[in-house]
Design a protein around this ligand. Structure first.
Ligand SMILES: Nc1ncnc2c1ncn2[C@@H]1O[C@H](COP(=O)(O)OP(=O)(O)OP(=O)(O)O)[C@@H](O)[C@H]1O
Length: 440
């Protein structure tokens, strides 16, 4: 570190321990090098627990479960990953994590995770229906698009048949909401709606479930994200459900990805999939049903005006277009989160304009709406300015590699072979292209 940089160290240390996000960084050996106060608070750890122990020892993770290690191995960032789990103090925590690789020139030297604790927001704002203890019913679900109308219609059929249901969809698409709506649609109704959050690999969780399912009480059980349970726990869960099946009971589950892929990758037990899949309902991501965006915003703003007297009534046409073009990786939850952020800062405005959007969203949305290069960009044409040769070569190389990757279904080994280069060389170029894309 340069002398000048050293003098900033106390400022950095102060900032790291006073920011509102949890920060966890590891070096290339998986050893913790930064673990700030907010992260300790989120994960319920004491300073002595952390020391210089590796992340694997600290959390008893299976190697593949740690996002930090995944990023360290792949060199690829992972953004907007929602995690709900019980921390060391037994408190249920929901975070949204962004994890980045750290490069020193071309060498990958570690990874850093930035975690925003959204537990309170989730409880208070994201689940407004639960907050009021009102039952969640189909009437509260926004479904303007044909695809969502079809989802609701199948979900109602499942409620009439009272057969097991599997909800398939990306995070934030509304699986929980639909599960609870199915429960409230049942006739005769079930006494209780239990949710089993499968985000923890703690065997006690499943044991507690066994106790709750003793007897013959009519109930609905929603096993949220069964694909996040370890396979041995999925086997236990299946045995418990088999034993507890009863005509008065409805079992529902959700998964975050295509079941065929989850089974093939060893994340989902085939038999558990069969158990739930009498009704397999796929909820499309928001980017494939953009007709639902404006009705959701309108319902959100109406609710906000009723509760907090907010003056906001809609969004500008520029924002509407941006929202339609953005790919919403966090789906409706991400849209709700964004609206929370914007509306909490609004005062007398009646329309949400581009200027009111947070910087992080503007940056993300710009990246996704940027026009990709076309083959015609590399042809010398009359009236078109010539590029400096090295810029032309860089852009042409990036274009050619991207096309080659697409042609080989993003398989690095196949593409490297086709391009006559080593896998490492291609990986290096892909990383370089990504960094150049990000550079302002
Ligand atoms: N169609 C919808 N209409 C109204 N609100 C919705 C809709 N879809 C989702 N939401 C809201 O978005 C948030 C996320 O929904 P939900 O928790 O049901 O998603 P999920 O698919 O179960 O996500 P995860 O897999 O991460 O648990 C909730 O606040 C929910 O109220």
């Amino acid at each position: 570190m340069l002398k000048n940089e050293e003098s900033f160290l106390p400022f950095f240390k102060f900032a790291v321990n006073h920011v509102g996000v949890g920060i966890h960084a590891i070096n290339q050996d998986g050893q913790t090098v930064i673990y700030n106060d907010k992260m300790k608070e989120i994960e319920g750890l004491a300073l002595e627990d952390v020391g210089d122990r590796s992340i694997l020892e600290l959390f008893n993770f299976e190697q593949e479960e740690s996002t930090l290690l995944k990023v360290l191995h792949s060199g690829k960032e992972q953004l907007n990953v929602k995690q709900t789990y019980w921390n060391r103090n037994g408190t249920e925590i929901t975070t949204i994590n962004d994890t980045y690789p750290i490069w020193d020139g071309d060498t990958l030297i570690g990874a850093i995770e930035l975690a925003s604790d959204v537990t309170a927001l989730e409880k208070f704002v994201f689940q407004p229906f639960r907050k009021n203890s009102d039952p969640v019913t189909f009437s509260q679900i926004i479904a303007e698009s044909e695809s969502m109308k079809a989802v609701i219609s199948t979900a109602k059929k499942a409620a009439r048949a009272k057969l097991p249901v599997l909800l398939i969809g990306e995070t934030g698409t509304g699986k929980d909401l639909i599960a609870e709506s199915i429960h409230h649609e049942l006739t005769p109704s079930n006494d209780r709606f239990y949710t089993l959050y499968c985000h923890s690999s703690n065997p006690d969780l499943i044991e507690k479930l066994r106790e709750n399912l003793n007897g013959e009480e009519p109930l609905s059980l929603f096993c949220e994200r069964i694909d996040l349970l370890s396979i041995p726990l999925q086997q236990k869960l299946l045995a418990i459900l088999d034993a507890a099946s009863h005509e008065n009971r409805l079992f529902l589950a959700s998964i975050g990805d295509d079941p065929v892929e989850l089974i093939a990758s060893g994340s989902l037990l085939k038999e558990l999939y069969y158990f739930f899949s009498s009704f397999a309902i796929r909820i499309p991501p928001l980017r494939k049903r953009t007709e639902d965006i404006m009705p959701y915003i309108s319902a959100y703003l109406t609710r906000r005006a009723e509760r907090f007297g907010s003056a906001l009534e809609g969004v500008s046409s520029e924002v509407e277009q941006l929202f339609h073009e953005y790919d919403w990786p966090g789906n409706i939850r991400e849209l709700g989160l964004l609206l929370d952020e914007v509306t909490s800062l609004a005062t007398t405005e009646t329309v949400i304009t581009y200027d009111m959007l947070p910087l992080h969203f503007k940056m993300k949305s710009e990246k996704t709406t940027e026009e990709p290069k076309q083959a015609s960009d590399f042809i010398v044409q009359p009236g078109k300015d010539l590029l400096p040769l090295d810029q032309f070569l860089r852009e042409a190389e990036a274009y050619y590699i991207q096309k080659a990757m697409k042609h080989n279904e993003e398989n690095v080994t196949k593409t490297a072979k086709a391009l006559g280069m080593s896998r490492q060389n291609l990986q290096y170029r892909l990383r370089k292209m990504k960094n150049e894309e990000k550079a302002p």
